[in-house]
Ligand binder design. Sequence first.
Ligand SMILES: C[S@@+](CC[C@H](N)C(=O)[O-])C[C@H]1O[C@@H](n2cnc3c(N)ncnc32)[C@H](O)[C@@H]1O
Length: 208
Amino acid sequence: MLPSPVSGTEGYAHEAEALIGRYENMFAAALHAPVLHLISKQPGKILDIGAGTGRDAAWFAAMGHHVVAVEPTAPLRNAAIALHPSPRIEWLDDRLPDLDPLRARGERFDLVMLTGVWMHLDEAQRDRAMPNLAALTKPGAAISMMIRHGPVPSGRRMFEVSADETIRLAAPFGLYPALNLHRDSAQVANRRTGVTWTTLGLVKAALP
Ligand SMILES: C[S@@+](CC[C@H](N)C(=O)[O-])C[C@H]1O[C@@H](n2cnc3c(N)ncnc32)[C@H](O)[C@@H]1O
């Protein structure tokens, strides 16, 4: 019997071949234009959770950042390592909501990215994940999240998650919304079916 997939990754391994081209065809700079101001100009440490094919990790590495890229779907992670070999990217087979191996290292990051990942967690998992994300974020640094809304692709596990709920969940951990943007999908096929995205920038209060 095949092992059950990591909760949230359902459908990804099976479709990996088709998804690789689709993800790599997006331009990280355009996709993340609204949060550019939250990315340090100085080389720092960035955590990309659910990093997929490494498109964004490679973009950060090219800017001089050290990236820890977490990706539990092996075919995507292996493709990413082959597509974007970089001494500045470290790949980890880890998963939300707990990220136990990563948290055991005690590191904190200058930016934590979750692009197209948060809505794969159910309510209880989101509750469990938020304090872990906060603990991994340096004071004064940000979490950038893109949350997908609309029809769920067949075979995937996805929930309708609002910006308001996420902001409410983040507040007790000193995370305040610096950006809350709702826009249509950049992918034509998804736009036609009504897919939209929320981009949230949550900044962690600096230490007094
Ligand atoms: C829509 S894809 C986005 C990939 C990449 N961030 C991008 O923008 O191209 C969602 C990614 O989240 C990963 N994922 C799903 N559930 C996860 C979990 N519980 N923990 C970490 N990553 C997860 C999937 O394996 C997949 O690579």
